[in-house]
Design a protein around this ligand. Structure first.
Ligand code: NDP
Ligand code: A1CAB
Length: 291
C-alpha cells in the first residue's frame, strides 16, 4: 500500500481495522516510532532528519496528535492513530510521554509489542525494572537532551536484561548520529536527568542571569544577550575541539586579572552550593514521582 509522508496511518488506512480496500496487506516499515510527540521527540526527529534519516521512516503519535501533526507538517514524518499503530509500523518504539502518563501507556503497549521488539523509554523517573516487569521484552532507558535537534545532544542509556547486540545497533541508529551516547546504569539516571537532561536549561538560565547583570549595570539588552549567547556557544565549540572545562577557564583568566576576580567572587558565594541546591531540587521531584 502507498502512504505519503505525513499521512495519517489511521485505522481506516492501515491500522487495526486492516488495510484500506484495494491496498496490499503489507504495513509500511518505519525504523522509529514515537509514542508521545512533545519537545524531546521534536528535538530527536529534527536531529534524525537533519542527519539524513528518511522522514517517511519515522512515525509518531500523541494523545491529541497535535505534536505529531505539527512535526509531520514540518519534517514530513508519518502520523499514527495511536500507540498500537506505532508499534505495528515501527521497528524501534520510543516512549516519550509525561511521567504520570507512562504507566497507563506502558500497560497499553504491553499487549501489542512483537516478540523481541525494542522499546526505548525517554520517560523521566521511570525505572528500567518497572518497564521490564510490565513489558517482558527488550527495553532501554535513555535520558537525552534537546541538543539532539542540532546533532549535539547527549544521551545516557541503560539496558534491560533482554537487550541483545542487534538492539544496541538500533539504539545507536536512533541516538548515535545526533548525540554522544554514554552507557550507564539505571541507578544513575535521576542524576543524569538533573545535570544533562536539564543541562541546556541550566546553562541557559546561567546565561540569562549573566546578561541580566550586564543590563542592570547599563549595557543594552540586545548587546548583552548576543555577547553572552556567543560566549556560551564559543565555549561549547572549544569543548568540542577537545579542551576541558578547567583548561578553558585557565586560558581566559590572566593572573591577577578580571576573570580571576570574577571566578573568586563566584567561589566565595558558593557556586557549588547553589548548583548543589539546583541538582537536589531536581532529584527531589524525580524521587517523589519515581516508579
Ligand atoms: N524535554 C526534555 O528535554 C526531556 C524530556 N524527557 C522526558 O521525556 C518525556 C517527554 O518530555 P517532553 O517532550 O518534554 O514533554 P512534552 O510535555 O513536551 O510532551 C509530552 C508528549 O506526551 C504526549 N502524551 C501525554 N500523555 C499521552 C498518552 N496517554 N498517550 C500518548 N501520548 C501522550 C503528549 O501528547 P499531547 O500533547 O497530545 O497531550 C505530548 O506529545 C517526559 O517523560 C520527560 O521527562 C527526558 C529527557 C529530556
Ligand atoms: O524537566 C524534566 O522533568 C525532564 C527531565 C529532564 C529534562 N526534562
Amino acid at each position: 500500500m502507498r502512504l505519503d509522508r505525513g499521512d495519517e496511518l489511521s485505522a481506516g488506512a492501515a491500522g487495526a481495522a486492516g488495510p484500506a480496500p484495494g491496498a496490499g496487506s503489507e504495513a509500511p516499515r518505519c525504523a522509529f516510532g514515537f509514542v508521545g510527540c512533545g519537545r524531546i521527540v521534536t528535538a530527536t526527529v529534527r536531529g534524525l532528519v537533519a542527519s539524513g534519516h528518511p522522514a517517511e521512516g519515522i512515525v509518531a503519535t500523541s494523545r491529541t496528535n497535535a505534536g505529531a501533526s505539527a512535526l509531520a507538517e514540518e519534517q514530513g514524518i508519518r502520523v499514527a492513530g495511536g500507540a498500537a499503530e506505532v508499534v505495528r509500523f515501527a521497528d524501534t518504539v520510543v516512549l516519550a510521554v509525561d511521567p504520570a502518563e507512562a504507566p497507563g501507556v506502558v500497560a497499553e503497549l504491553a499487549g501489542t509489542l512483537r516478540e523481541g521488539q525494542l522499546l526505548v523509554s525517554f520517560v523521566a523517573s521511570y525505572r528500567l525494572a518497572t518497564l521490564e516487569k510490565a513489558l517482558h521484552g527488550p527495553v532501554v532507558r535513555a535520558v537525552p537532551n534537546v541538543a539532539l535537534a542540532v546533532r549535539e545532544g547527549v544521551a545516557a542509556v541503560a539496558a534491560g536484561q533482554r537487550v541483545e547486540r542487534a538492539h544496541w545497533r538500533q539504539v545507536h541508529a536512533l541516538l548515535g548520529g545526533i548525540g554522544h551516547v554514554v552507557v550507564t546504569d539505571d541507578a544513575s539516571m535521576e542524576l543524569v536527568s538533573a545535570v544533562a537532561g536539564a543541562g541546556p536549561a541550566l546553562f541557559s538560565a546561567f546565561g540569562e542571569a549573566l546578561a541580566g547583570e550586564a543590563v542592570a549595570r547599563g549595557l543594552d539588552e540586545t548587546t548583552a544577550k548576543v555577547l553572552v549567547a556567543q560566549s556560551l556557544r564559543g565555549t561549547g565549540v572549544l569543548l568540542g575541539a577537545g579542551m576541558s572545562l578547567p583548561e578553558i577557564a585557565g586560558m581566559v583568566a590572566s593572573p591577577g586579572g578580571m576573570t580571576r576576580a570574577a571566578l573568586d567572587a563566584l567561589a566565595a558565594r558558593d557556586i557549588s552550593g547553589t548548583l548543589g541546591a539546583s541538582v537536589d531540587a531536581a532529584l527531589d521531584v524525580s524521587h517523589r514521582r519515581l516508579v
